[in-house]
Design a protein around this ligand. Structure first.
Ligand code: ATP
Length: 323
């Protein structure tokens, strides 16, 4: 559906996107997760044809965004970080204008405007000037223009940034509704948001894709499926002997406390939970198991580790070569 191949973006000497490649499949909600300055907006602007890449290619349903921009853009609805709203227009005027720009046939226009305003709950403010709307409502207008034409793919850059908690919940609900019939890609620097809304997470740091998978697999793959820590009253040799008979044992590290107690940090070979096996193995040998804890690396820890030290702001402001 979308193929991003080896994308590079330089702003002067600053490398904002560093050989990024990924594929977006139909029908899922994808989250670009990364700290400020990671390159999320730049990537989205290139994918939607608002910005030229220094190198690389973006194909939308097989159409190259540079060579066949009209065909490619027809498949996409985009809500940029700063929605291009005309403040002096009413909501209805603006959305009608957006529908014209998107070349929605006049016979379908009225029906689509109604459907989109219903979805984004804008009916009550349709005659209000955009400049008089709250930030949350302005964001809904931006979302409404992105949805107009009901393109297959909806791309949303930080859709909840700057909103209050109630507005955030409303926008997330709208995204979930949209996801029933569209492929949605959103960016965020908030892990909880991406985890809550997205089926698939792509972690971007320093312009690079550092990890991507669904939240459960990310935790498993990167964090391992946990380490089990035990404390027993025995010698290291006795503990090693008992552990050698436990099915699924992986690596183990031992600490001898020299007071008759030993701590062991144990990995299981296939990442499975071996707490019960450990319990029965020690109980069977009459060795007291004083502590048994399983530690799991959380997505928060993974995110922090993968993105640490990579929040680099470029100093010069450069016109990104908008097209
Ligand atoms: N027009 C520009 N000229 C120079 N540098 C830029 C320009 N636009 C972005 N950058 C830099 O490129 C890097 C990536 O920026 P980008 O806006 O894509 O990141 P982001 O992940 O979307 O972050 P944010 O959430 O803060 O927008 C940053 O270091 C930023 O300062």
């Amino acid at each position: 559906m979308i193929e991003v191949q080896n994308l590079v973006k330089m702003y002067g000497k600053h490398l904002a996107v560093d050989h990024l490649s990924f594929t977006i499949e139909k029908g899922q909600v994808y989250g670009f997760l990364g700290p400020n300055g990671a390159g999320k907006s730049t990537t989205m602007n290139i994918m939607t044809g608002y910005l030229g890449a220094t190198e690389g290619k973006v194909l939308i349903n097989g159409h190259d965004i540079l060579k066949e921009p009209e065909a490619a853009k027809r498949c996409i609805g985009y809500l940029p970080e700063q929605p291009p709203l005309y403040m002096e227009m009413t909501v209805l005027e603006y959305l009608t204008f957006a529908a014209e720009l998107k070349k929605i046939p006049s016979s379908e226009r009225e029906g689509q405007l109604k459907a989109v305003m219903e979805l984004t709950k804008l009916q009550d403010v349709s005659m209000r000037l955009i400049q008089n709307l709250s930030k949350g409502y302005k964001q809904r207008v931006g979302l409404a223009q992105a949805i107009l034409g009901f393109p297959e793919i909806i791309i949303l850059d930080e859709p909840t940034v700057g909103l209050d908690p109630k507005q955030i919940i409303e926008i997330r609900e709208m995204i979930r509704k949209l996801a029933k019939n569209h492929t949605v890609i959103l960016s965020s620097h908030i892990l909880a948001e991406v985890r809550e809304v997205c089926d698939y997470i792509m972690i971007i740091s320093g312009g690079k894709l550092v990890a991507s998978d669904n939240p459960e697999n990310l935790e498993k793959k990167i964090g391992g499926d946990g380490v089990t820590e035990i404390q027993v009253r025995a010698t290291v040799e006795e503990v090693k002997e008992i552990l050698s008979g436990v099915p699924g044992m992986g690596k183990a590290e031992f600490t001898d406390h020299k007071n008759g107690l030993v701590t062991a940090k144990i990995e299981s070979s296939a990442g499975q939970d071996i707490r019960e096996e450990l319990f029965f193995a020690f109980a069977g040998k009459g060795v007291p198991l004083l502590e048994l804890t399983r530690t799991k690396t959380t997505l928060e820890e993974i995110f922090l580790e993968l993105t640490q030290g990579n929040i680099v702001e470029s100093e010069e402001q450069i016109d990104g070569g908008d097209i």
